[in-house]
Design a protein around this ligand. Structure first.
Ligand SMILES: Cc1ncc(COP(=O)(O)O)c(C=O)c1O
Length: 427
């Protein structure tokens, strides 16, 4: 039986950096290889059992291999898994999502959050006939050219705000504003008044650690979008069905013109979706002239898993439970760091949170960038030693699920105490 270290050495021969998505390489001392997972626990090939707060980087709000989701997936697989033709299950999931996100709207399913933001931006350009988009420094919207400008997540962790390979001519069409700074948006509109198709934003930044919006920031954005006749796109790939069933729109009481979804709506299977009004969505092919297509669009297994997940969220207090787990752990981080007199700042919105090793406050990506990332990395490493898997990067969110138990929380709080002590002693 191979162990993680030897498997990683093999992986380095065939995958760049040994992984297929960069953040996975950040796990210290080397990425563990997974044998299986259930509930809140991951079992590694090394025989270790870890409590998981990464949860596939967000989709697994119910934890791993939830029974209801598993049943739905099994049922679907037995009936075949790809038809290249419509299914009832995609209709059911679409209606369910629309009922919470935009009751009179339409939806297009794609395969990832990246594809969804790419499609949303194309729709916005096609619909408005304008070229520019406004994004916010530190927001991550996936791995395609238009949004790899001042992006968060792995793009910022690796210090490549503008990826090589993105032509300047493309990057130029993405104007960058500062999150939580409405003045920065207004000045972009002064300069490019009639050229902007859309504003795209993570309503809560989940890719710079966690950074919530200041009071009325999102409402103000809505006002600017309306005044200038541009589309406000909420990228709810992380916040969708996590903050509330209606996502950040419901949570903050703000309406967007377009909502991009992913992660949770596929129950842990590949998915992305764009939601908007009928008028806007009708510019898409086959009705309109904005092209989108996909062999795997509305994949029946993703549809079944997503539908089962949302049904559990509807029937149980899963969102509340995940949020209360996050609340306890975020509080423990804050209390422990206070006791040990470590400079720190904790941000939490419901079941997503992060601790920054900086004096704080952390209300902007620039403030997040001031945190001591080496300390965070050491903290992560000490947590892994104690069998707790938190995001390996300061610039990712820590997620809680409804599957975390009291025992998990207690073990996690103990590990936080011990890990922070080690980090402080070394510092
Ligand atoms: C806010 C946000 N948008 C878009 C994406 C891209 O989604 P995907 O990784 O499914 O392409 C992510 C991924 O983490 C994300 O956090």
């Amino acid at each position: 039986m191979s162990d993680s270290r030897s498997l990683f050495e093999e992986a380095l021969e065939v995958f760049v950096g040994g992984v297929n998505s960069p953040v996975r390489a950040a796990v210290r001392p080397y990425p563990f290889f997974v044998k299986r997972a259930k509930g809140s626990h991951i079992f590694t090939v090394d025989g270790k059992e870890l409590i998981d707060y990464v949860l596939g980087y967000g989709p697994l709000i119910l934890g791993h291999a939830n029974e209801a989701v598993l049943r739905a997936v099994r049922d679907q697989i037995e009936k075949g898994w790809l038809y290249g033709a419509p299914t009832e299950v995609e209709l059911k999931l679409a209606k369910k999502i629309l009922s919470y996100v935009m009751p009179k709207g339409k939806i297009r399913f794609v395969n990832s959050g990246s594809e969804a933001t790419m499609t949303a931006i194309r729709i916005a350009r096609g619909y408005t006939g304008k070229k520019y988009i406004v994004k916010f420094d530190g927001c991550y919207h996936g791995s395609h050219d238009s949004v790899l400008v001042s992006a968060g997540s792995a793009a910022s962790e690796y210090g490549v705000p503008n990826s090589l390979g993105v032509p300047e001519e493309v990057a130029k069409l993405t104007l960058v504003a500062r999150y939580n700074d409405i003045g920065s948006v207004e000045s972009l509109f002064k300069k490019h008044r009639d050229e902007i198709a859309a504003i795209i934003i993570e309503p809560v930044i989940a890719n710079m650690g966690v950074i919530p919006p200041k009071k009325d920031f999102l409402k103000e954005l809505g006002r600017i979008a309306e005044e200038h006749n541009v589309l406000l796109i909420f990228d709810e790939v992380v916040t969708g069905f996590r903050l509330a069933l209606g996502g950040a729109q419901e949570y903050y009481g703000v309406k967007a013109d377009m909502v991009v979804l992913g992660k949770i709506i596929g129950g842990g299977f590949p998915i992305g979706a764009v939601v908007s009004s009928r008028e806007i969505m009708d510019v898409l092919t086959p009705k309109g002239k904005v092209f989108n297509a996909g062999t795997f669009n509305a994949h029946p297994v993703s549809m079944a898993a997503g539908l089962a997940t949302i049904e559990v969220l509807e029937k149980t207090d899963a969102l509340k439970r995940a949020s209360s787990v996050a609340g306890e752990i975020a509080k423990a981080l804050d209390d422990q760091a206070n006791d040990l007199r470590i400079e720190h700042w904790v941000n939490r919105v419901e079941s997503m949170f992060q601790m920054f090793f900086t004096e704080g406050p952390v209300e902007t990506p620039d403030q997040a960038r001031k945190s001591n990332r080496d300390l965070y990395t050491r903290f992560h490493e000490e947590m892994i030693k104690r069998r707790i898997f938190i995001a390996p990067s300061q610039f990712e969110a820590i997620f809680a699920s409804s599957s975390h138990t009291r025992e998990d929380v207690e073990k996690t709080i103990e590990a936080i105490e011990d890990s922070l002590k080690v980090v402080v002693r070394e510092h």
